[in-house]
Design a protein around this ligand. Structure first.
Ligand code: GLU
Length: 311
């Protein structure tokens, strides 16, 4: 079975240097393994997503030289597509119906304020305590929650080795759809990875903690979970992760200064530790670097990330 991975940016802002580093990992691994890259428009967040980001992101990808083998490109931007989440409601409904049939979901009427007031103090994300789990509320008009199992999830990350997560303790029964009918990130992401045949998920370490709960969804939807590689992120001078919300300098802004794609790729590769000196680098030259020969830190395994990918 050949490798299919994906580039799945959210439509809540423009691309920044962190995305360029991410694309170097995604395309680098796919090329080295003779696999395919699919590009997907993650616009499940209807309040924050904007169509102009879709156009700009696809244009910036192509300007940099990252062309996907499947999915969205500038030539099919903004037309209905199975590779865009806001067009995927029928598929998500179908997958939700399967979970409903198996009694894996329930309606919840708790407000964020109520959930917050039930929290144990301490670091970590918001954890739902299951207040509505037995109330049998209708799904329509309520938050739809997934009954996660009590089990620990064990999975393998190409960089970290064997990993363990307890979704029940991390986030509790998490939401698949909010009371307004908007689908959530984890549900759309798992449904899409199923419909797009993704067998390797390459993404930043910031999303690592969602992996266990997503694997529980794959299991209940009777689909094989993909393999995972969570790569390092880029940070700004104050130690914050580069992000759209922080309004990190965008590729669109950099393009307006007359910079070349090679300079942008060189900057991202240097900032991400893939180059020891900053210098311009084309997308094709970047693919020839041996950064994927880097060793993971898990399992005392001395093989490289690439050697750990099957086939
Ligand atoms: N859309 C997410 C992001 O831009 C990526 C989600 C994923 O790779 O699972 O951060």
């Amino acid at each position: 079975m050949s490798l299919v991975t994906r580039f799945a940016p959210s439509m809540t802002g423009y691309l920044h240097l962190g995305h360029v580093l991410h694309m170097l990992y995604v395309w680098g691994i796919a090329r080295a393994k003779k696999g395919k890259v699919l590009s997907r428009i993650e616009d499940h967040d209807l309040a924050r997503s904007r169509p102009e980001y879709e156009q700009a992101i696809l244009s910036d990808m192509e300007w940099l030289g990252f062309f996907p083998d499947l999915g969205m490109t500038t030539s099919n931007a903004l037309v209905p597509s199975p590779y865009r989440q806001s067009d995927g409601a029928a598929f998500y409904e179908d997958k939700l119906a399967k979970l409903v049939e198996e009694g894996r979901v329930y309606g919840c009427e708790c407000s964020r304020k109520e959930i917050l007031s039930n929290q144990k103090k301490g670091p970590g994300e918001l954890c739902y305590s299951g207040t509505c789990a037995q109330k049998k509320l209708p799904l329509k008009g309520h938050t739809v929650r997934f009954r996660c199992s009590d089990n620990e999830v064990t999975f393998h990350d190409l960089a970290r080795g064997e990993c363990h997560q307890m979704p029940k303790e991390q986030c509790g029964d998490f939401s698949l759809r909010d009371h307004t009918g908007q689908w959530t990130y984890s549900f759309c992401c798992v449904c899409d990875d199923i419909r797009h045949g993704i067998n390797l998920v390459i993404r930043g370490q910031d999303i690592f903690s969602s992996t266990g709960r997503q694997i529980q969804l794959f299991e209940k939807l009777e689909a094989p979970a993909p393999d995972y590689f969570h790569h390092p992120l880029l940070f700004n001078d104050t130690g914050q992760k580069l992000s759209k919300r922080q309004r990190s300098e965008s590729i669109t802004q950099l393009r307006e200064t007359g910079i070349s794609p090679e300079e942008v790729i060189g900057r991202a590769a240097f900032a991400g530790g893939l180059l020891s000196e900053p210098h311009p680098l084309s997308m094709n030259d970047a693919m020839a670097l041996n950064y994927l020969e880097l060793k993971g830190d898990g399992d005392n395994d001395s093989s490289s990330i690439l050697q750990r990918i099957n086939p």
